[in-house]
Design a protein around this ligand. Structure first.
Ligand code: FAD
Length: 391
């Protein structure tokens, strides 16, 4: 019986432990925190979006990184498999109108509890308060309350997560450990996160906490429809998360908002009819422009001398962004172990027998259930490869 050591007890590590123990290996799972799945529980707070129900061909396009590896990983555990898996844990799921899939109770806790029970029943041993500090093929070193401990294994799976929400254990400190072992790691950056805008102090009472509903945001011609929430520091919401990868590449990130996507500029002008002045004020009734929309337009592009000028900016209001919110607050992390350091089974070339899974690999995906699905799929692929690994 081979011994597989799994380090990191988030969804990727737990899935790897489940597959490896079901496959007949002796499994030890270590995590630096007192309990596993802390970020999974956080993810469940706003409704655990387990996966998305769209066709697998479209699904595959949501991930960056090598398409062949994603194809392989998702072939082993796709969006249908995750629902069947939850059903076996007696957690029913449903598909929302948007195609997103959630557990019926929305929360993560019941699923996590039953999942851990199943993994333990399959014989896996959990070692908590074990912080990985060093690694080489065949052994890993940990700091524990009882001092330094070395654990040997036939194969290892690292599933140490990204760098957001460090209070859950995903603190990204492993980057130094792996770089010290000679592994290429791209810097960790905030993904699926809010962006900062320098709002003038006097506008904040009109903006903070207000939604911009049914807008289309765009960057360099890429559109992202949805709702944006205005915050003290800037903006949050799906459109910004979706455009994050493009925004991060810009020297001076700027977002363009269409506040009235269902009307052309000409149509807006014609709705002004007899109005000859006070166009911004008139737009409240004639175009149903909300107060925050008017305040933003006035600040960045006002005053408006014509209906045409206001219509043009209403359809394309450019807002300069000063940068992303800090990594600690982000939903997910871009960057991580470089794909070029891995083979097609997610094994680190420089460390034979050491596999990786989950968010610690250099990939990103939008919100919508793709992040968890990516972690489950890579956890499955890494565990199957670790089971097959022979020195
Ligand atoms: C607020 C929020 C909401 C989210 N909602 C969703 C959602 O609805 N749907 C979705 O798909 N995704 C969601 N996500 C993202 C999702 O939770 C993550 O993508 C996922 O948890 C990553 O899984 P992972 O196993 O790779 O890493 P993690 O879950 O981050 O787990 C990593 C584990 O490794 C351990 N670890 C780290 N370093 C060490 C070390 N040196 N030694 C030992 N152990 C270590 C940590 O303690 C942790 O337990 C959300 C994230 C956040 C923050």
């Amino acid at each position: 019986m081979s011994h597989i050591l799994i380090i990191g007890g988030g969804p990727a590590g737990l899935r790897a432990a489940e597959v490896a123990s079901a496959g007949g290996a002796k499994v030890t799972l270590c995590d630096q925190k007192r309990s596993v799945g802390r970020k999974f529980l956080v993810a469940g707070k706003g409704g655990l979006n387990l996966t998305h129900s769209e066709e697998i061909e479209t699904f595959l396009t949501r991930f960056d990184g090598p398409a062949e590896i994603w194809k392989e990983a998702l072939a082993r555990f796709d969006n249908k498999a995750i629902r069947a898996w939850a059903a076996k844990l007696e957690v029913g799921t449903f598909v929302q109108k948007s195609g997103r899939v959630y557990p019926k109770a929305l929360k993560a806790a019941p699923l996590l509890r039953r999942w851990i029970e199943r993994i333990k029943k399959q014989g896996a041993i959990f070692k908590m308060n074990h912080r990985l500090t060093g690694i080489e093929s065949g052994s890993a070193e940990f700091e524990t309350p009882d001092g330094t401990v070395t654990i040997e294994a036939d194969a290892m799976i690292l599933a140490l997560g990204g760098g957001s929400w460090p209070q859950t254990g995903s603190d990204g400190a492993w980057v130094t450990t792996l770089r010290n072992a000679g592994i290429m790691v791209s810097p960790l950056r905030a993904a699926n996160c809010g962006w900062e805008v320098r709002w003038p102090e006097e506008l904040l009472p009109f903006l903070e906490g207000q939604p911009l509903k049914n807008v289309v945001a765009s960057v360099s011609g890429t559109p992202a429809p949805g709702e944006i929430m205005l915050t003290k520091y800037g903006m949050e919401g799906g459109p910004l998360y979706a455009l994050g990868p493009v925004l991060r590449r810009m020297a001076e990130p700027t977002i363009t908002l269409d506040f009235k996507p269902t009307f052309t500029a000409e149509k807006l002008v014609s709705k002004m009819e007899s109005a000859k002045r006070n166009f911004l004020q008139e737009s409240q009734y004639r175009w149903k422009l909300s107060e925050p929309m008017r305040a933003i337009l006035d600040h960045f592009h006002g005053p408006f001398e014509s209906a045409e000028g206001l219509a043009r900016h209403t359809k394309a209001c450019r807002i300069p962004l000063t940068g992303p919110r800090p990594l600690a607050e982000a939903i997910s992390t871009a960057g991580g172990i470089a794909w070029s350091a891995l083979n097609e089974s997610l094994m680190i070339d420089e460390l034979p027998g050491v596999f990786v899974a989950g968010e610690m690999i250099d990939w990103e995906a939008p919100t919508g259930g793709y992040l968890l699905q990516g972690c489950f799929a890579t956890g499955t692929l890494a565990a199957e490869a670790a089971l097959a690994f022979k020195i």
